[in-house]
Design a protein around this ligand. Structure first.
Ligand SMILES: *[C@@H]1O[C@H](CO)[C@@H](O)[C@H](O)[C@H]1NC(C)=O
Ligand SMILES: *[C@@H]1O[C@H](CO)[C@@H](O)[C@H](O)[C@H]1NC(C)=O
Length: 163
């Protein structure tokens, strides 16, 4: 009798606990959940390369927005934050000799081709002579994507790390 009770209780417990565990998706600080992803949005003003390094040091990566929906939701959040800052993300041009480049989402050694094109008007406009291989959400253009120099301080911005 006791054994049966134990077995039944154990089954109930695992069913309930196992189920709730699957639904409770959590992000550990300093990352916060936003639309099913874990982000840390920093308003420190840095260059693209510095932003990349800072995310890496947190054991994270500059945020990847593989779907247009993710990018749209983040764009909306940045508008609401109303900081006036640009925000660096993990898009990278891996071929500046190709007109308009070859843009990828990079993270932990992986490169995923961008499957949508959400750059602002006239963008991306980098080239071999003036390489702009990094990108951010551009405050001055309603947070459309914008290409930018990676390695000098011509455009300081905040940044979004993802984990
Ligand atoms: C992002 O990370 C930094 C550094 O760990 C932390 O100071 C900051 O509070 C975090 N931001 C949010 C919104 O949690
Ligand atoms: C950044 O580099 C580009 C291309 O080399 C140059 O045109 C621009 O003036 C530089 N900006 C700063 C602030 O160094």
């Amino acid at each position: 009798m006791k054994v049966w009770l134990f077995v039944v209780c154990w089954l109930c417990f695992t069913a309930v606990f196992g189920c709730s565990e699957k639904q409770a998706f959590v992000c550990s600080p300093p990352f916060e959940i936003y639309e099913g992803n874990c982000y840390n949005i920093s308003t420190d003003k840095v260059s693209a390369d510095e932003a990349f390094a800072r995310c890496s040091r947190m054991g994270a990566y500059l945020a990847n927005f593989e779907t247009l929906e993710e990018a749209m939701l983040m764009k909306q959040k940045l508008k609401e934050m109303n900081t006036g800052l640009h925000f660096y993300v993990g898009g990278r041009n891996i071929n500046r000799r190709k007109p308009e480049g070859d843009w990828r989402w990079i993270r932990n050694g992986e490169m995923k081709e961008m499957t949508y094109f959400a750059f602002g008007a006239g963008e991306p406009n980098g080239n071999d002579g003036a390489p702009q291989d990094c990108m951010f959400f551009y405050a001055a253009k309603q947070y459309a994507f914008h290409n930018v120099f990676c390695d000098n301080g011509s455009y300081l911005g905040g940044y979004i790390c993802e984990k």
